[in-house]
Design a protein around this ligand. Structure first.
Ligand SMILES: C[S@@+](CC[C@H](N)C(=O)[O-])C[C@H]1O[C@@H](n2cnc3c(N)ncnc32)[C@H](O)[C@@H]1O
Length: 214
């Protein structure tokens, strides 16, 4: 399919999915106006899917690695059960004000615990078992984050990993892949060889890998 067709399909899918809420639309807009690399934000379609999945799972504890401006945290927190909490980690301290402002506006700030620092250093200090893990930080860290958290995901729990198509680089020969593309390719291969999980790779946006721990 040509690039135009695939972006037309994306627009069509957005048009026939429930509209982005005014708060998420404002966060999406402000991120694009004021923050570097706005393409990192999950966006309307993937955000709606994360929210829908979370509302299906009704998790009690979520761990998100890679908060950015807090868009996917809102989407995931929408499915939390009454006493649910979402822990989210980011290394960038400049985004904290914006995250908190939108989490307050969404009425979810009391359910979201933001941790500032390197994920590998923060994760061991979060003493929880998780129903849902979302990996969406530095691509070369994915395999390490998975190894660090898998034993703390409950049986039947879910793990989502974003950008697993890495702008189509996974289809290129290794000699033409960037470091990140190679890391994502290795991560996808690692998961497909891991019989502790069952997985489906959804070609939505930049690729979302949905895994369930068996
Ligand atoms: C793709 S963005 C996350 C997007 C967000 N999940 C969303 O969908 O709106 C990746 C984030 O990971 C953060 N990050 C990168 N390396 C990290 C690390 N080692 N530990 C924690 N966060 C990291 C970056 O600062 C960035 O905000």
């Amino acid at each position: 399919m040509t690039q135009t067709r695939s972006s037309d399909i994306n627009s069509y899918a957005e048009q026939f999915s429930s509209p982005e809420s005014p708060i998420l639309a404002a966060l999406n807009r402000e991120t694009h106006l004021k923050v570097e690399l706005p393409q990192m934000l999950s966006g309307h379609l993937q955000g709606a899917l994360l929210s829908m999945f979370s509302r299906m799972i009704r998790p009690r504890r979520i761990l998100e690695i890679g908060t950015y401006t807090g868009y996917s945290a809102i989407c995931l927190a929408q499915g939390l059960c009454d006493d649910g909490l979402l822990h989210t980690i980011d290394i960038n301290e400049e985004l904290a004000d914006m995250q908190q402002r939108y989490w307050q506006e969404a009425g979810l700030a009391h359910k979201i615990i933001a941790h500032l620092g390197k994920a590998t250093e923060i994760i061991p200090g979060i003493n929880e078992r998780f129903d849902l893990l979302f990996i969406d930080a530095d691509k070369q860290g994915y395999a390490g984050y998975y190894d660090l958290v898998i034993d703390r995901v409950r049986t039947g729990g879910f793990i989502f990993a974003d950008n697993v198509l890495y702008d189509g680089e996974v289809l290129l020969p290794a000699s033409e892949q960037s470091k990140n593309g190679k890391a994502i390719q290795a991560f996808n291969q690692k998961i497909s060889a891991d019989d502790r999980v069952q997985q489906v790779l959804l070609p939505i946006r930049d690729g979302l890998l949905v895994m369930q721990k068996l």
